[in-house]
Design a binder for this molecule. Structure first.
Ligand SMILES: [Zn+2]
Length: 166
């Protein structure tokens, strides 16, 4: 992949993970946090190498760099959504929270570099419902959507929207 392609591969994303039971885990400087069972959506952005970033999030084990890395170690991978050409991850987090009827469980999670209250959203909605809901967020064009219900599956089936549709 050359440098230009790498930069074009940028945008916002939502990582969808789940916990089957109440879980306590240390999250870097935030300390030990408790998490309810259910589905969590983490909103992030990549100025370049968006697909590599998604691949990194999909791997449960790696050196912990972001808050989400600590939670990822103990959670199940559900899927992800990416949005091309958009940069306002804080608004997206807010929109997603409203759309899925979710709430922030931990102030400051994922928002060390911005001034919003957090980028980790908890919802009791089922993954199937969430995927349908995320497709209706029309502020942003969905570039690619992938959802896998098989834990540890590294190559989820991709469904393309917009220009990528065949
Ligand atoms: Zn933010």
């Amino acid at each position: 992949m050359d440098a230009n392609t790498d930069v074009a591969d940028s945008g916002l994303y939502i990582i969808i993970i789940s916990l089957g039971k109440p879980t306590r885990v240390r999250v870097g400087a935030l300390g030990v946090l408790g998490f309810e069972p259910g589905v969590y959506l983490y909103v992030g952005s990549a100025r370049r190498s968006l697909s590599k970033r998604i691949g990194r999030h999909a791997k449960p084990r790696k050196p912990s760099r972001w808050h989400i890395d600590y939670l990822r170690k103990v959670s199940r991978w559900v899927g992800y959504v990416t949005y091309s050409g958009e940069t306002d991850e804080c608004s997206l987090a807010n929109n997603v929270m409203k759309a899925v009827g979710g709430f922030l469980t931990h102030e400051g999670f994922g928002s060390s570099d911005c001034r919003c209250r957090g980028h980790l959203i908890f919802t009791r909605q089922k993954p199937e419902k969430i995927s349908a809901t995320l497709e209706t967020i029309d502020k942003l064009r969905i570039m690619e959507y992938a959802l896998s219900h098989k834990p540890g599956r590294s190559d989820p089936k991709l469904r393309h929207y917009g220009g990528g549709r065949v």
